[in-house]
Design a protein around this ligand. Structure first.
Ligand code: KIV
Length: 279
């Protein structure tokens, strides 16, 4: 990230680790926060070097890494495994790890035990929880015990069965429920909140009224930051392609690389002498 991007008063923070106060300052200075999901060391390092501020170890890994139709089967062990790999690749970026489905249902102490395991065993800086008013007390409990929490309201993929699919939330009068959820998350002490799959006008209203940064995904351009699933950015996950997913890699590029390898092996062009060892 360049000095111009952060603005003069944030210049000293350019290479400094991204922390909760840094994100708060970025909101105040209207510097867009950049987040991407990451699930392994190599991509975490690449994203960190490219200037991504928050590496989110999302339970979307259940879909894009494991091939499940939803995020629900992901376990706590799997989240810790991936988060630890991402942390090893991150020098500057903050690493946030999702609490997987089912963990929140155990209430304060059970959630705390899971969050402590995530932070201790992976080395990440914060956890993310889906839900608003319903889980506000749980968020408060974690924050009071020094676990930084990122909230997640609107389209919450762990509620896929209740929602009847990955559907836009908060249209019309339903918007008030999303506003209440976002306020509850802030009130409970979260340092930021993901706004997923809600109308852009609603996300703008929430972003203007909250003091903490909003990180949008399918929530329009007025959020304080944006997050994308890495596989959507690369265009390598075809099972669900949300309208908000933008591909940044030319279509077919990765397939072409693999196809070139297949062809060279078949034609005994690979490995060449430069890739072989002399006796
Ligand atoms: O699991 C995930 O990747 C997420 C992002 C889409 C915000 O929650």
């Amino acid at each position: 990230m360049t000095t111009q991007l952060l603005g003069a008063s944030s210049a000293q923070m350019v290479h400094a680790p991204v922390t909760v106060p840094v994100l708060q300052r970025m909101k105040q200075e209207r510097t867009p926060i950049v987040s991407l999901t990451a699930y392994d060391f190599s991509f975490a390092r690449l994203m960190d070097r490219a200037g991504v501020d928050i590496l989110l170890v999302g339970d979307s890994l259940g879909m894009v890494i494991q091939g499940h139709p939803t995020t629900l089967p992901v376990t706590l062990e799997q989240m810790i495994y991936h988060a630890a790999a991402v942390v090893r690749g991150a020098k500057r970026a903050m690493v946030v790890c999702d609490l997987p489905f089912g963990v929140c249902h155990g209430g304060g102490a059970a959630v705390m035990a899971a969050a402590v395991r995530i932070v201790k065993e992976s080395g990440c800086q914060a956890v993310k929880l889906e839900g608003g008013v319903r889980i506000a007390e749980t968020i408060r409990y974690l924050v009071e015990h020094e676990v930084p929490v990122m909230g997640h309201v609107g389209l919450t993929p762990q509620a896929v069965h209740r929602m009847g699919g990955f559907k836009v939330q908060g249209r019309g009068e339903e918007g008030e429920r999303v506003v209440a959820d976002a306020l509850a998350v802030q009130e409970a002490g979260a340092f930021a909140v993901v706004l997923e799959g809600i109308p852009a006008t609603l996300a703008e209203k929430i972003s203007k009224s909250l003091l903490i940064p909003t990180i949008g995904i399918g929530a329009g351009v007025a959020c304080d930051g944006q997050v994308l699933v890495m596989h959507d950015l690369l265009g390598v996950y075809e099972e669900v392609i949300p309208r908000f997913a933008k591909r940044y890699l030319p279509e077919g590029m990765l397939t072409a690389a693999v196809a070139a390898y297949v062809q060279e092996v078949r034609e005994r062009e690979f490995p060449g002498a430069e890739h072989s060892f002399a006796g």
